[in-house]
Design a protein around this ligand. Structure first.
Ligand code: HEC
Ligand code: FMN
Length: 313
């Protein structure tokens, strides 16, 4: 009887022992894990927009509850924080077109803490994001991608932003000291003249330390079946030797013309990759920005395919 009693006692105590050991382990893990600081950092850096419960604001700020971005690919999630977002994004079937500022000023540990927090709150349950993972992504962004583009009616800009969303990097829209006229026909006439004389319009845009970039995306619309003069200004002004140059283009349906050939000619000492070209707007017919809705989705699918090709090492 006594022996049996002891035996029963032990069986009763065992689960409590296990529970106690687990809770000690849990506490240890908590003090080392970023959950607590994640909550505080979230309140400091994200809550004003995404709200305390992560629900966001209707049609303005997307939810952080059970989204692909929060629960899915961690590299993409880390990228969102490091690069911010601007342009269209579809979150749980709702399209947003707002700007999320880059959180790159937070350090790797803080970003890991915040992301681990949001992946385990608001109804989410997903593995932690580690400091090492953030470090790695930041380093890969530091590989330094520059996305230079010219865009008048924002179609080429939309492609540039898709590229940025997928690979990171710095966007550099080209602006002129003297902008082109608002009028389409006046602009066409001016461009034809510039092409005849080889005039290179001076750029207002300044890229500091071009040397730190090793991949330069170069995007422009087809103008007069050629590369627009401002992009020629850029490629003549900045020395891209030794860099990988990746061209992209939008046009009104007549193709890139001699644009990609010009990239090769103006970057004789660069590795010029296969360019990407897609139909954009037709300003002549009053069709301006088209990279939205279904069209944007299709374009992004194409862009991704192309990026996988040209960025593969
Ligand atoms: C100034 C407002 C603002 C702040 C601050 C902000 N966000 Fe966002 N966030 C947005 C907007 C707006 C979008 C959608 C972007 C778009 O429309 O292209 C977004 C998108 C996202 C997305 C992808 C879409 C989704 O909902 O899954 C994630 C993840 C995200 N934010 C996390 C964060 C985290 C974490 C922080 C804090 C470190 C933060 N955001 C801070 C406004 C903000
Ligand atoms: C001055 C000018 C000349 C153009 N010439 C051509 C052309 O020769 N062939 C063509 O397919 N599209 C031409 N287009 C249309 C643009 O290439 C097309 O709308 C493009 O998507 C615009 O890009 P953006 O929205 O980034 O400015 C021209 C547009 C402008 C403003």
């Amino acid at each position: 009887m006594r022996l049996k009693g002891k035996y029963v006692n032990r069986i009763l105590i065992l689960p409590f022992m296990c529970f106690w050991m687990l809770s000690v382990a849990q506490k240890k893990e908590n003090s080392a894990s970023p959950t607590l600081s994640g909550k505080i950092l979230y309140a400091q850096h994200c809550m004003t927009c995404h709200q305390a419960d992560g629900a966001g604001a209707q049609n303005m700020i997307p939810t952080l509850s059970k989204t692909d971005f929060v629960l899915g690919n961690k590299a993409r999630l880390i990228n969102i924080l490091l690069n911010g977002l601007n342009g269209e994004i579809t979150v749980n079937s709702v399209v947003y077109g707002n700007e999320m500022p880059s959180q790159a000023l937070l350090n790797d540990g803080e970003i890991a803490a915040i992301l681990t927090y949001i992946r385990n709150n608001f109804g989410n349950k997903a593995g932690p994001v580690t400091v090492q993972e953030v470090k790695k992504i930041r380093a890969s962004i530091k590989k330094q991608i520059l996305i230079v583009y010219l865009s008048r009616t924002n179609n080429t800009r939309a492609i540039a932003e898709m590229i940025q969303r997928n690979v990171g990097g710095t966007l550099a829209p080209l602006e002129l000291v003297t902008p082109y006229p608002a009028n389409y026909h006046a602009t066409v006439q001016q461009v034809v003249k510039e092409n005849e004389t080889g005039y290179l319009p001076p750029l207002k845009t300044k890229i500091d330390s071009i040397g730190k970039y090793n991949i330069v995306f170069v995007g422009f619309p087809t103008w007069d079946m050629k590369m627009p003069p401002p992009m020629k200004s850029f490629l003549k002004q900045y020395d891209l030797r030794g860099k990988t140059v990746i061209p992209f283009n939008t046009n009104a349906g007549y193709g890139v013309g001699s644009g990609f050939q010009s990239v090769k000619e103006l970057c004789p000492n660069s590795k010029v990759m296969e360019g990407f070209s897609i139909q954009g707007g037709i300003e002549r017919d009053g069709v301006l920005f088209v990279m939205k809705g279904e069209k944007a989705k299709e374009a992004e699918t194409e862009v991704k395919k192309w990026i996988r090709k040209v960025m593969a090492r």
